[in-house]
Design a protein around this ligand. Structure first.
Ligand code: UDP
Ligand code: MG
Length: 322
């Protein structure tokens, strides 16, 4: 078995060596492996530290971003550059415990495609991290119909084919199990250890919750209507069209049978409003359909640019869109 471990790194200089040591203690018995660090534009010396680790250990491969593109982009880049049969993602801040990796790989061998961690005993502050996260997880579970306790846990193990099909941008790395599940992956949740952050600072605060909620809207849309947006907007359009027809008929009927002056009748305004809204929704639906066609006809846009690669023998494989 060949394992690819992917860790996004943004200003984690004091964690890198410890993480590398912990991984090197756990991985060899599992098979051959590569450790892919993705430097997300660090400016605290992580860049030099990563280069040092890569020079000393050929298992270590590093992708350096030109600037900070965010955790989703970092994970996406790491996953796209992975060549293992299994891809394991974990945080670079030592909060995930590499000792959980063998257990997760064993789960994959049982036949699952994706194993995601549940930080049951999460070591973060309660009020601005754990509580918003609990609410967000509950909300996401309810809206997507995917039962899950902890979407925010980066520690995951998955088959490479599944991992490389994921499109991660925005805060999409939090929705990996849902996105994979939608593509037919068999997912399972396992309880994983979680440790307090000792070195470095967290990159997120309360403001992230809001972004996650917005991304939730996107995910919900992607799950249900991505391939045919007309099903959503067309329905809105039809409803508005129906309402326009009703109030139009009512305006005329009131003119004929009750002698109500049409221009003085507010229903006329309502008719115009609904007719315009119907037009807008149908046009949106059509535009959406055109976009879906363009998307599915294949593009290779990426959400990041890479400054340089370390220890990669071939040019990276670039996935063609489905
Ligand atoms: N991270 C990153 N780019 C960013 C923010 C974070 O690569 O813009 C990395 C960070 O270095 C860490 C992981 O993502 O390895 C999780 O970040 P953090 O520990 O700050 O998040 P938390 O555990 O507090 O949710
Ligand atoms: Mg962390």
């Amino acid at each position: 078995m060949y394992l690819s471990v992917v860790a996004p790194i943004y200003n984690e200089v004091d964690n890198l060596e410890i993480l590398h040591n912990e991984l090197t203690a756990v991985l060899p018995p599992l098979g051959d492996y590569e450790i892919i660090f993705v430097d997300d534009g660090s400016n605290d010396g992580s860049v030099e530290k990563l280069a040092e680790l890569a020079a000393a250990d050929a298992h270590v491969k590093v992708v350096f971003f030109r600037r900070n593109f965010g955790q989703s982009a970092a994970m996406y880049a790491g996953i796209q550059h992975a060549s293992g049969d299994l891809v394991i993602t974990l945080d670079g801040d030592l909060q995930n415990d590499p000792a959980d990796i063998p257990m997760m790989c064993a789960k994959l061998e049982e036949g699952f495609d994706l194993v995601h961690g549940w930080r049951k005993n999460r070591q973060d502050t309660w009020i601005n991290r754990r509580l918003p996260s609990m609410i967000a997880n509950w909300l996401i579970s309810r809206t997507t119909g995917f039962a899950i306790h902890d979407l925010g846990c980066t520690l995951k193990a998955m088959r490479r084919e599944i991992a490389q099909e994921l499109e991660l941008y925005g805060e999409m790395h939090r929705f990996i199990p849902i996105l994979a599940h939608q593509r037919g992956a068999k997912c399972v949740e396992v309880v994983t250890k979680h440790r307090p952050r000792i070195h470095g600072k967290t990159k997120y605060g309360i403001s992230r919750t809001l972004r996650v909620v917005l991304d939730l809207l996107t995910v919900k849309f992607l799950l249900d209507y991505f391939a045919s947006p007309m099903k959503l907007f067309g329905n809105f359009g039809l409803c508005c069209g129906g309402a326009a027809a009703l109030s139009g008929v009512a305006t005329i009927a009131m003119r004929i049978f009750a002698g109500v002056d049409m221009t003085g009748n507010p229903l006329l305004l309502l008719t115009v409003f609904f007719a315009l809204a119907a037009l807008q929704f149908v046009s949106l639906g059509l535009l959406g359909e055109v976009n879906a066609r363009i998307y599915f006809s294949g593009n290779e846009q990426k959400t990041y640019t890479v400054r340089r690669l370390l220890n990669f023998s071939d040019a990276p494989k670039i996935r063609r869109a489905a």
